[in-house]
Each structure stands twice: as C-alpha cells, then as structure tokens.
Design a protein around this ligand. Sequence first.
Ligand code: DAT
Ligand code: MG
Length: 140
Amino acid sequence: TDVQRTLVLVKPDGVARGLVGEVLRRIEAKGYTLVALDLRTADDALLREHYAEHAGKPFLQPLVDFMSSGPTAAAVVEGHRAIEGFRSLAGATDPTTAAPGTIRGDLARDWGKKVIENIVHGSDSPESAAREIGLWFPGL
Ligand code: DAT
Ligand code: MG
C-alpha cells in the first residue's frame, strides 16, 4: 500500500478543552508521523473552501462560525493508509454514537448546538487530502 498524507485538525473545541496533546498522542501512539504542525485561527474564506462539499447545507454557517471561533491545531499526518487510519481513530461524526475508544467517542459529546462539535477533522479520501493539505499548508 502507498504512504498517504492526511490533513488532521484539532478543532477550536478541542484546543479550548486542552486536548491537542491527547489527539497528537493517539496519532503518534498509533505509529503515524507528523510532517507538519501549526496553530492558527482560520478565517471564513479558508473554511468555506475547506468545507466546499457542504455548500448550501443548513449547518455550514454554524460550522464556519464555530471553526473560526478560536485557534485550530492543523497537522499533516503520514503513514501507510493514514487517511482511513485516522478516520478510524477519530470515530463517527456524531459523538453520541461514535464508538468508545475513538477520539470522538471518548472525548466529545452533543451540546445541543446547531453544529456538531466533535474535536477533530480528518480528510476522507486521497483527493480530499491533497486538496485540504494544499489549502492549509500551501507549499508543503
Ligand atoms: P466528518 O467531519 O466526520 O467528515 P462531515 O464532513 O459530514 O463529517 O461534516 C463536517 C462537520 O460538520 C462535522 O465534523 C460536524 C458538522 N456536521 C456534519 N453534519 C452535521 C449536521 N447534520 N448537523 C450539524 N453539524 C453537522
Ligand atoms: Mg468530512
């Protein structure tokens, strides 16, 4: 199998709750390699590009507002099948039903908000990963 790179974000809820280290610990403990790491507050333009697949959905504006509300830790993670592997570490989108043992299952919950706050983002395909890494880490 090929070595892949995936974009991982510790979203503003995860940064605010002090979970950057815990997320990175799980990625490193799994055996993946960090090849880029940066803390920044994303602006609306970047986030609308990042979430282009969700254009027109009712949760897009709440999602952009949430994602621009504070700093995000952005990382590029590398390894064989790292895209699928990190999605497995992250767990299902809905933290209420995400499996225990996953980042979202162990560390996130439903707060009754318009947007699901679930600690992490991971690219969902090689095409998404290439596009997202280009957006967050141009020139990498
Ligand atoms: P994922 O982050 O698991 O790839 P996604 O790409 O479908 O999920 O959605 C992006 C983010 O948007 C997700 O992490 C949380 C939020 N979200 C998704 N579906 C939602 C919904 N129906 N209501 C509120 N927020 C939602
Ligand atoms: Mg997604």
